[in-house]
Design a protein around this ligand. Structure first.
Ligand code: VGL
Ligand code: ZN
Length: 205
């Protein structure tokens, strides 16, 4: 069912399974909680497990609340790229920023935090949205001998998509396990994300 035969040089990258992206959270991904059991059962198969955690300061520039007159999901121009605005979410130290209590975090060796610079959002666990500020994850995975990155988590069309793209660009074989992902889905953005990933050579399983 998982679609990949797991090897010692694989890393399971678990993206943003945090309270704010799950039921009752401020940026709840529809059916987001459904990924948790799947991810927990995948974990024992992997020697390398990394979790990412969206980790914004209060008043982060990606929050619609900081842009008078703008609603969540509207798009504004940032110095780097057009940026979608979001409800306040994953504020450092808040309950919403914590991992979902059912996620087995004990199995992970590394937690990568991202989006902690006020002016830059970060969907990818590798590079922030300016495409040049690194989280250090590429170097970590290379130095641990990881060859393939298997992505699961939330949300398919944002943080999973950008993380998988960056993993592929960094030279890792890259897989997205759709059983372990759910998306926000703005105007077909989940299908668009999976198509774009397949087209660039990421395995969507
Ligand atoms: C995410 C929007 C804003 C995600 C994070 O985890 O997909 N989406 N911040
Ligand atoms: Zn965020």
């Amino acid at each position: 069912m998982s679609g990949v035969e797991v090897q010692d040089s694989d890393c399971l990258l678990v993206i943003d399974v945090q309270n704010d992206f799950c039921e009752g959270g401020s940026l709840a991904v529809p059916q987001g909680d459904e990924v948790i059991d799947f991810i927990n059962t995948q974990m024992p198969l992997y020697k390398h497990i990394v979790l990412s955690q969206d980790w914004h300061p209060e008043g982060h520039s990606s929050f619609a609340s900081q842009h008078p007159g703008q609603d969540p999901l509207s798009i504004v121009n940032f110095p780097y790229d057009p940026q979608t605005l979001w409800p306040d979410h994953c504020v450092q130290g808040s309950h919403g920023a914590e991992f979902h209590p059912k996620l087995n975090t004990d199995a992970a060796q590394l937690i990568v935090r991202k989006g902690f610079r006020h002016q830059i959002d970060s969907y990818s666990a590798f590079f922030e949205n300016d495409h040049s500020t690194s989280t250090g994850l590429t170097g970590y995975l290379h130095s641990r001998g990881v060859k393939r990155v298997v992505c699961v988590g939330l949300a398919t069309d944002f943080c999973v998509r950008f993380s998988a793209e960056d993993a592929h660009k960094a030279g890792f074989e890259t897989v997205v396990l759709t059983d372990g992902c759910r998306g926000i889905d703005i105007d077909g953005s989940v299908a668009a994300a999976l198509d774009a990933l397949s087209a660039m050579g990421v395995t969507v399983a």
